[in-house]
Every structure is written in C-alpha cells, then in structure tokens.
Design a protein around this ligand. Structure first.
Ligand SMILES: NC(=O)c1ccc[n+]([C@@H]2O[C@H](COP(=O)([O-])OP(=O)(O)OC[C@H]3O[C@@H](n4cnc5c(N)ncnc54)[C@H](OP(=O)(O)O)[C@@H]3O)[C@@H](O)[C@H]2O)c1
Length: 326
C-alpha cells in the first residue's frame, strides 16, 4: 500500500481524501513509477468539482515525475532507474506510486530536476502548442495573455517574448503584475483596476491584437473578442472563472475572427508529437529561455490547501505536490 488522494464525491477541496491506495504490478506495455513530484493543474479542480466528468471514485492528478521501479513483461526501451515524466492521460498521479503505459512517458534530461519537470511538463507543453502550433506567434505580433502570472501564463509570457512578440499580460494585482513584467510582458494590465479592453485599444492604437490566449473563460470572453484585430485568433484554452456559454457565429462575423477551444492532449496524440513537444520544452528550460517558477510546494497530504489556494487566486507560477515519503 502507498498513500494517494481519492475523490469519492464531487465538491470543494474537502472531498480530497488522503488514504492508502493499492498499486498493481505493471502489465504488458506498462511500467511502475515511484513518484518524486506531482504538478498541480487547474484541470484537477475541474475534475474535483465535476466541470469535467470522470467515474467516481477516482485518484486525481494528471502530471508526475518519478523513477521506474518495475517494467512490464516484454517491454523494451525502459529500464528500472529511468527518470521519467508524463502529463495528460491517464488520471491518477496524486499518489506515491503509479502504473503507467510506457508510451505516455518521456525521459527527463539530467539538466532538469524532478520538481522543475513536474512544474513545467503539462503547463509548458501547453505553452508550446499554444504559441507554436495553435496560433504561430511571430516577431511583430502583439498578443494578449490572461492570467499572465499563473502557471501556464508565466511560461506563455516568457516564451512569447523570446519569439519576438509584443506581450500584453492581464493579472489581478500588483504583485502579479511585477512578476509578469519580469517574465517579459511589455505591458501589464491589472484587470481589477483597469478596463482591459480600453487599455488594449490604447496600447495597439485601436488596431487590436493578433491573438488572445484566454484561460479565464466566462468573465473575460466578451472583452477578449473586443480586443482582437481583424481576422484575429481567439484561443479559449481554459475556464478558471466558469464555462463560456453558447457563442453565436455572428459574434465572430464582425471581424472575421477565428475561434478555437484547444486541448494540449489533442496536440500530443502521437508519440512523435509528444516527443517533439516535450523535447522543445525541455530544451528551452535547459537553455534558460524559460525560467520555471516553482512558487509553491505542498506535501501531498496537504493537497486540499493547495487546491484552495489555486482556486482563491493566491498562487503564482507553478505549484508542485511532494509525496510525503520523498
Ligand atoms: N487547454 C489546455 O490544454 C490546457 C492545459 C493546461 C491548462 N489549461 C488552462 O489554463 C489555465 C491556467 O491553468 P494553471 O494550472 O496554470 O492555473 P493558474 O493560471 O496558475 O491559476 C488560475 C489563474 O486564473 C486567474 N483567474 C481569473 N479568474 C479566476 C477565478 N474566478 N478563479 C480562479 N482563478 C481565476 C487567476 O489569475 P489572476 O488572479 O491574475 O486573474 C488565477 O491565478 C486554466 O484555465 C486551465 O484549465 C488548459
């Protein structure tokens, strides 16, 4: 038996139950991993509250870094002692150990420690597909990033700056604004104090931005549309403030707007896509282009507090959960 975090009923952070969990032996195509660090992601909140559906009970978590301790029968290409990471499917990483399909794993380069890897794998692969493939950011683009001091937001700002874009970041307070500037934002809007639509109009001389990366959802969607230039890209990749309601096509017609609601999992479906996305990410981390902010760590047993802080907008950068046995 190892310790893990199970959800029996949907609800607030109090439904997270830290308890004994049985971990089986790896079958064909699988490995068993002793987990060193677990990335906390907003998607974990969506599953805990039922915004995204899973059969109850379930072990939460979609990102972990650890060491292979057993290899399933006949598996080649992985051995005991390999340091590996995964992000996305399957769910169940809030645990001290886990059995995982070998084909979701990537090797963690020596230059990247396990806590950093857990902080950056899911959020950084998200930043990679958003900036490099969903909409391809190029020098001279002016772009708007909501929640710019958050886990994904911090990486988006740094990477977009390195790609040569003019970066406008939206955050909720002064401390977050200072971090966003350090992360490469050329302009920061504190959207609790200023009307972000008006500010974007001022900054862009009324032209609007080529793309909005909006993870906030319900509260910002309409304003984000208003910030776009003609033929701009509205990239709705999350809904931390709530789900966006139905959108009439006419809302896009006025400026020929492109609207997408992408998922990292759909941009890392093949083994080649996964390896090239993770490879590019780890290269940017190892070379120092991306500075991974591990601004909070919590013991896995304190995961309820970590969820409460993430939802209360108290966290910045990435949050990592550490198995109590590490
Ligand atoms: N589509 C994908 O594949 C994909 C992958 C990864 C993450 N995501 C999405 O990316 C977003 C960021 O994820 P993350 O894990 O890095 O979280 P995060 O950005 O560190 O935390 C969420 C941030 O959203 C902002 N926010 C605005 N309104 C909020 C509200 N009502 N409640 C809570 N937060 C609110 C807060 O920043 P301010 O205080 O500055 O407003 C908060 O710090 C999430 O929406 C997540 O679902 C999507």
């Amino acid at each position: 038996m190892v310790k893990g975090v199970r959800v029996y009923e949907l609800g607030g952070p109090e439904v997270l139950k830290y308890e004994d969990v049985e971990v089986g032996e790896p079958g064909e195509g699988e490995v068993r991993v002793k987990i060193d660090a677990i990335g906390l992601n907003f998607i974990d909140v969506y599953f805990r509250t039922g915004v995204y559906k899973a059969d109850l009970p379930f072990i939460l978590g979609r990102e972990a870094v650890g060491v292979v301790t057993a290899v399933g029968p006949g598996l080649t290409g992985r051995k005991v002692g390999d340091r590996v990471a995964y992000a996305g499917n399957p769910m169940g990483s809030y645990c001290e150990e886990m059995v995982l399909p070998a084909n979701v794993l990537v090797s963690v380069p020596d230059a990247v420690d396990s806590i950093t890897a857990a902080a950056v794998m899911l959020k950084g692969m998200t930043a990679q597909f958003l900036l490099r493939r969903c909409f391809k950011v190029e020098p001279g683009h002016t772009i708007l990033i909501h929640a710019a001091a958050g886990g994904v937001g911090s990486l988006l700002c740094q990477w977009a700056n390195a790609l040569g874009a003019v970066v406008i970041g939206c955050v909720s307070n002064k401390e977050k604004a200072a971090q966003a500037v350090e992360d490469g934002c050329h302009h920061v809007i504190i959207y609790k104090e200023q009307d972000f639509v008006e500010r974007v109009k001022d900054i862009t001389d009324g032209k609007g931005v080529q793309v909005v990366y909006d993870s906030v959802g319900k509260d910002t969607f309409q304003g984000s549309l208003a910030c776009l230039s003609l033929r701009g890209y509205m990239v709705c990749y999350g809904q931390s403030s709530g789900v966006i309601g139905p959108v009439p096509l006419s809302a896009l017609a006025a400026k020929s707007i492109f609207l997408t609601r992408p998922s990292m999992m759909h941009y890392t479906t093949t083994r080649d896509e996964l390896l090239s996305t993770a490879g590019e990410l780890f290269a940017e981390v190892a070379s120092g282009v991306l500075k991974v902010r591990v601004n909070q760590t919590y013991p896995l047993s304190q995961v309820a507090q970590a969820h409460a802080d993430l939802e209360a907008r108290k966290t910045t950068g990435s949050t990592v959960l550490l198995p109590d046995s590490v």
